[in-house]
Design a protein around this ligand. Sequence first.
Ligand code: SIN
Length: 290
Amino acid sequence: MPTPDQDAYPTLQTHPAEHGFGAVVRGVNFAEGPSDKVMDEVLRAWAEHGVLSFPDQDLSLDELEAATLRFGPFGVDPFIAPMPGRPNVLELRREPDEKATNFGAGWHSDWSFQPKPPAATLLHAKVVPPVGGDTLFADCVRAYEALSPVMQETLGRLRAVHSAGRAYGTQGVFARETEKRTMQIIVSAEADKTHSHPLVRTHPVTGRKALFVSPVYTVGIEGMSPAESQAILAFLFAHMTREEFIFRHRWAPHTLLIWDNRRTIHLAEGGYDGHLRVMHRTTVAGETPV
Ligand code: SIN
């Protein structure tokens, strides 16, 4: 008798985490270029689980780019210099002697300040430290669904204001940084611009609703005073990052991870000072959140 997962995914072996948020997926080789049939299963598994981890994917940069394009066209990555000759690949590199806070250390959904934030991010592990360096994901769909109907209805009428300013702006964290950082961050007045999106967005594939705010990039709620915005956002950030909504990804070399920025926020943990960590990252273009 096949398991339910074998029914849904005849080619893949999917091992979902608790609550079905996050899954380890075997049975696909991105270096070879999966068939359309396998990709159809991958895309369905991604829609179901939000974060997919593919172990043992020893990919060149060409193969990582090709894998990315199976999910959609490249997104636009601002404020970080890409790899030489690879405009669509970022190297997230932290040397053993770096003291600056590791990149991505606050909860965020990638580039949510863009008019069309990326649907997906892919991260490929090149060098993994022996301790620390996990990536944590919060399930913003279940967080939304756990709210009372009155709160859901109230939040559903609001628009949140997003900006890259706190991180990449002229007065932002990176502008004020004094410690050495290997990654080349491009601080810019452009980062101080704002863009608003629905505070609750509907996933274009699953139709499920998700909270779409994060401590790094959400700076307010349209039409509310700073104090009102802050009170609501503080409640939401604490709620979204409750233990029961979190999936913790532990890295191994050659793991390829893809996450859905439309239903998750994520955070890169530190704890590996004295060790090298190197990841290659691409994004997939998204749509206007609705
Ligand atoms: C990020 O893209 O936010 C960084 C994730 C990580 O390095 O684990």
